[in-house]
Design a protein around this ligand. Sequence first.
Ligand SMILES: Cc1cc2nc3c(=O)[nH]c(=O)nc-3n(C[C@H](O)[C@H](O)[C@H](O)COP(=O)(O)O)c2cc1C
Length: 158
Amino acid sequence: MGGGPKQRRQTPLIVFCSRTDNTRRVAEAMAAPLKAELVAVDQLKDHQLRGRPLIGMGSGVYWLRLAPQIISLAARMPARARAFIFSTSGWGHSWGNFYRSDLEKKLQRRGVEIVDRWHGRGQDRNPLFKWMGISKGRPNDDDIRSAREFAQGLKRRF
Ligand SMILES: Cc1cc2nc3c(=O)[nH]c(=O)nc-3n(C[C@H](O)[C@H](O)[C@H](O)COP(=O)(O)O)c2cc1C
């Protein structure tokens, strides 16, 4: 689905990077209440970013950072865009701020307004660590519900 400029003015966009599917599942849960268009970052064309009321940017955490493709998306964002950021990681919530900080700084420098953030756990399928069972079974039903409620909250605000 591409949509012309008129349709983009009403339709939020969610761009995500997900290597092992956890963040994609969260992105889908958020897209439903927002009626957002969902695009994997590698498929995204710059024109799809233009004229959106709201843009979600989501990524798994890989080696202590969000995916480089999501971080470099900051430079492609229209100035004065309104964005929300979400992420999933093997380790817990307290790390969320740290993982996001790189992207947040770049967005702020570009004049993008960050309206909200969501962070949840995702089962670590990294071949080096998967034997440890970090965040096994996550995102679970509660995580998906939390993602949906987060998006419902955004829907009410924007
Ligand atoms: C290559 C790789 C590196 C990872 N590095 C980290 C890390 O540094 N910190 C962490 O908390 N989780 C780490 N994880 C776990 C992922 O952040 C977690 O499983 C996340 O939900 C993956 O999202 P995705 O399924 O959308 O790719 C790593 C996973 C992979 C596959």
